[in-house]
Design a protein around this ligand. Sequence first.
Ligand SMILES: *[C@@H]1O[C@H](CO)[C@@H](O)[C@H](O)[C@H]1NC(C)=O
Ligand SMILES: *[C@@H]1O[C@H](CO)[C@@H](O)[C@H](O)[C@H]1NC(C)=O
Ligand SMILES: *[C@@H]1O[C@H](CO)[C@@H](O)[C@H](O)[C@H]1NC(C)=O
Ligand SMILES: *[C@@H]1O[C@H](CO)[C@@H](O)[C@H](O)[C@H]1NC(C)=O
Ligand SMILES: *[C@@H]1O[C@H](CO)[C@@H](O)[C@H](O)[C@H]1NC(C)=O
Ligand SMILES: *[C@@H]1O[C@H](CO)[C@@H](O)[C@H](O)[C@H]1NC(C)=O
Ligand SMILES: *[C@@H]1O[C@H](CO)[C@@H](O)[C@H](O)[C@H]1NC(C)=O
Ligand SMILES: *[C@@H]1O[C@H](CO)[C@@H](O)[C@H](O)[C@H]1NC(C)=O
Ligand SMILES: *[C@@H]1O[C@H](CO)[C@@H](O)[C@H](O)[C@H]1NC(C)=O
Ligand SMILES: *[C@@H]1O[C@H](CO)[C@@H](O)[C@H](O)[C@H]1NC(C)=O
Length: 817
Amino acid sequence: MHLWVFSIHVLVILCSSTIHAKTVVETLATDDRFQIFVRQLNKTDLLQDLDQYPSATVFAPTNEAFDSRMTIVQTKEMTRAELLYHILPQSILTDEWYNGELLETSYTQDGKPQKIKLTNNSGKWSLADNVNIVDADLKTDNGVVQVVDGLLTPPKDLVQTLAEHKELDTFCTLAKKAHIETELKRANGYTIFATRDVLDGLTDAEKAYLNHSEAKEDIALVLRHQISDSDLYFGKIPAGKTLVKTLQGEDLELVSDKNNNNQVTVNGAKIVQSDILASNGVIHILEKSILPKNHDFLKMNLRKALIGMNATKFVSLFENNGLENYLNTKDAYSIIAPPNGELDEHTIPRNEIRSWLKYHLISQKYDINNFTDGLLVKSESNDHLSKNEKQRILIHIIDQDQMPISAMKKSIQFNHATLIGNPVTVENSIIYPVSRSLELPLDPLSRLPLNLDLSTFVASLYSSNTADEIKSAQGITLLVPTNKAFERLGILTKHLLQPNSQQKLARVIKFHAIKNRLYYINETKQGEYHVPTLDGHSEIQINKTVDGRMYIRGSGAGDGSDRSVIAKVVHPDMLVSNGVIHKIDRIEIPSTLQVSNRDLLLAENTNNFVNLIHKTNLSDQILDGLDQPYTVLAPSDRAFAKLNITNLLQNPDELLRVAKLHILPIALPKMSLQPGQGSNRFDEKPTEGDNEEGDDRDNHSDITGDGVEFSSLLEHEPLIISQIDPGYIIQVKRDIRHSADVVDIGRGSNGGGVIVIDRVLLPYDQAEHNHPLAWWVTLLVAIGVLLCATLIGALGYYGWRWWKERREGYISLDEEH
Ligand SMILES: *[C@@H]1O[C@H](CO)[C@@H](O)[C@H](O)[C@H]1NC(C)=O
Ligand SMILES: *[C@@H]1O[C@H](CO)[C@@H](O)[C@H](O)[C@H]1NC(C)=O
Ligand SMILES: *[C@@H]1O[C@H](CO)[C@@H](O)[C@H](O)[C@H]1NC(C)=O
Ligand SMILES: *[C@@H]1O[C@H](CO)[C@@H](O)[C@H](O)[C@H]1NC(C)=O
Ligand SMILES: *[C@@H]1O[C@H](CO)[C@@H](O)[C@H](O)[C@H]1NC(C)=O
Ligand SMILES: *[C@@H]1O[C@H](CO)[C@@H](O)[C@H](O)[C@H]1NC(C)=O
Ligand SMILES: *[C@@H]1O[C@H](CO)[C@@H](O)[C@H](O)[C@H]1NC(C)=O
Ligand SMILES: *[C@@H]1O[C@H](CO)[C@@H](O)[C@H](O)[C@H]1NC(C)=O
Ligand SMILES: *[C@@H]1O[C@H](CO)[C@@H](O)[C@H](O)[C@H]1NC(C)=O
Ligand SMILES: *[C@@H]1O[C@H](CO)[C@@H](O)[C@H](O)[C@H]1NC(C)=O
C-alpha cells in the first residue's frame, strides 16, 4: 500500500519535471534543500538576475552546507560576490568535465572572471576542499543545478593565497622581506612558480644573506625570477617547449609533455601542484627551486656574507671609515667578525678605529685546519710598526680531548675572542664569527704592568729613563726578565738600581730590546746567532733549539762557561703595539758594561770593609781593576759591629793579614742564593708557557755540601766554602768553630765579584786572641779542674786503702787457718 503510494509520487515528480519544464530559479525555489541559499540570492537580488541568464550552471549549497558553517552564516550574510562565484554563465553537465578543468564563474574581478577548479576524487567531483558535488546535473529549462555540500569562497589575491599555503611560507616571508607584496597584490594575471624551499641550491652564506632584510633587492631578484607576468593556467601551457619571460628578465623554459600524463617542467623542475588559484594570478608548485642560470647572479662578496652573519654593525664601521674596499675585494682574507650582538661599540678605540678594524682582517685565507695552537697570524693593521710588518693575532686552540666526542669542532680563539659558529667561505676569503671584538695590542708601557712578576723591569724602565724610547721604538722584541731574575743578580741588581747607575741600567734595559721582531713560535729561526739591540754597542745571542725552546745570552760569567747565566724564554709572544714581549728568567748584561768590585761593595754598603781595604796598601786592582778577577768576601757593616777592631786598626800588619784573608784571587765561584727551580713557585701564579722544567742551567754551583777549599791572599790560611740549606757558609779552614753565612752575592764584569758575609773572618791565631775567655769562665774552669783533681785524689786514696785492707784482710784470714 505504502510502496504503491510512493511510486505514484515519484512518477508525478518525474512527469512534472519533464512535462512542466522549470527554470533554474524555479527549481531552486521549490526545492526545500536550498531554502537558505535561495533566501540569500533573493536578498542580493540575484534571484531576479539569475532568471535573465540564457543559460547557467548553479552550484547550489544545501541547507546543511550552511549549517556546517552555522556560526558564520548566523552572523554574516553571504555577499553578492560570493554568491556570484556559485554561478556559471553557461550550462555544463558533469559528463563534459575533466579533472583539473577550470570553470569561469559569473564573478569577475578587474575584468577577470574568477575560476573554479574541478577535481576528480576517485569518481567524485569536488570544487574545493570540503566542497563536493552531492547531487549532479539537475537539468532545467535554462541551465543545470549541481548540488554541493559546502560553500565556495572566491580566490584571494596572490599574496593572501601564498600566505594560506603552508608549504609556500618561505616564499611568502621572502616576498615580504623583498617588498614585492605590493606588486603581487596589484598584479593582474601573474604566474608564480613557487617552491617549498625557494633558496634551495644556494650556499649557506647566500641563504643567510638572503634571509636578511638588508638583502631585499637580491631577494627580489631571486623571487622575480620565479614570476611571469602572464597567467599561465596549467591547461593553457602549450604542448612542447615554450619560453616565458620572467619579471627578472631571464626566460624560463616550459616543457609540456602531453604523452607523459601532461607533465610540465619549468627549467627542468617538475610542476607537482598546478593551478592554485588567486584572484589576480595563478601559482604552480615546483619540485625544486629554479634560480637564475648565472651562478654568480648574487655577486656575493664579504659585505653580503657579513650581512648574512648579522654583522651589519661591523659592515657599517668599515663603510663609515673608508674601508669598504676590503668588503668587496677579490683578495684572500680571513675575517674575524663579531655579529651585532657581540660587538660592544664602547670598546672601539675612536682615535685608531681604522687600525682596529684592519686588525680584524687576517691577510691570508686560513681554513680551520690551518690553525695551530700558538700560531701568530698577520693582520692588516700595522700602526706603530715598520712598513712591511703587521700586527699579529695569537691563535689559541682549546684542547679537543677535553671536549665530548660529539663536539668534534676545534674550539679556536683569536686573542681572546672565541669562534662561535661555522666559518663562512666567500670568494677567496673566509669569515669567522666570534664572541667579541678584538682589542689592538697595548703599548709596552701599558701591557707590562699587567704582569705583576715584571714589576722590577717596569720600575727600571722609568728609573733609567728608557720608557719613552722603548715605547716609541718601532717593531722591537722586548726580552723582559722577571723579578726573580733581578733578585738572582743580587748585588749587581742593587748596583744597577742605584740612582748614579742610571746610565748603566739604561744600557741593560736597551740590551733587552732587540731591534726587530722575533716571534717565538716557528718564526724565529733555529740555531745560534747574534741580533742587534737598542744598546747600540752590543749584540745579544739567541739560541733557538730544534725542539723550539729559545735561550738568550749576554756576556755571561767571565769565561763564558757558566750556563746558569743563560736566559730562557718562559712566556713567549705577548703582543704589544710595537712588537712582541718574551718573558725571560735571567737578566743579560752587555759585555761592554763595566761593573767593578768597588761598585758592588758600595751598592751593598760595606763601608767598614772598604775603609779597611783602603788602610792597607792592597792594589787598586782588587777594587777597581777590570782585568784580573778577584772575589772579595765582604763582611757587612753589621758584621763589623760585632767586633772591636780598635786593636786591629792600630796594628797595620794584622790589618793587612785580615784584609788578605778576605780576598780570593779568582773569579767568583758559581753559586746562587736563589732557591732551586720550581721549589718556590707558590708565590708566582704559574702562567701558561712558564714551564721552567729543570735544564742543564740548574747544575751550576761550584760549591758542594762537603765544602770546597779556596786559598786567599793570606798564605797558609785557606778558606772553606760549603753549601748548606739554604745558602752557603764560609770558614777559615784551621778554625772551623766559627763560620760566616753568605748574605748576598754579586758578579762584576770581569768575572770577579763580591760575596757579602755576616761575620768578619780572622786568621787562626787572631781568632784566639780576639776571643779571650771571660774571667768567670776561667774561674769556673779552674774550679772545675780543682774539683776534679780533688775528686780523683780522694778516690785514689780511698781506692789504695781499700786495696790495702783487702790484701791485709786476706793475709790475716790466711793466718787464722
Ligand atoms: C523574495 O523576497 C520577496 C520579498 O522581499 C518575497 O516576496 C518573495 O516571495 C521572495 N521570493 C522567493 C522565491 O522567496
Ligand atoms: C574520475 O576518476 C575515476 C577514478 O579515478 C575514473 O574512473 C573516471 O574516469 C574519472 N572521470 C573523469 C571524467 O575523469
Ligand atoms: C632567517 O631570519 C629569521 C628572522 O628574521 C630567523 O628567525 C631565521 O632563523 C633565519 N633563518 C636562517 C636560516 O638564518
Ligand atoms: C641573525 O639574527 C637572527 C635574529 O636576530 C637569528 O635568528 C639568526 O640566526 C642570526 N643569524 C646568524 C647567522 O647568526
Ligand atoms: C692551509 O692549508 C692548505 C692545505 O694544507 C694549504 O694549501 C694552504 O696554503 C694553507 N693556508 C695557509 C694560509 O697556511
Ligand atoms: C711549528 O712547526 C712544526 C713543524 O713544522 C708544526 O708541527 C707545528 O704545528 C708548528 N707550530 C705552529 C704554532 O705553527
Ligand atoms: C744552544 O742550546 C742547545 C740546547 O740546549 C745547547 O746544546 C747548545 O750548547 C746551546 N748553545 C749555546 C751557544 O748556548
Ligand atoms: C802603605 O804604603 C805607605 C807608603 O807607600 C806606607 O807609608 C804605609 O805604612 C803602608 N801601609 C801599610 C799598611 O803597609
Ligand atoms: C776596644 O778595645 C780597646 C782596647 O782594647 C778599648 O780601649 C775600647 O774601649 C774597646 N771598645 C769597645 C767599644 O769595647
Ligand atoms: C743536575 O743535577 C742533578 C742532581 O743534582 C742531576 O740529577 C742531573 O742529572 C744534573 N743535570 C745535568 C744536566 O747535569
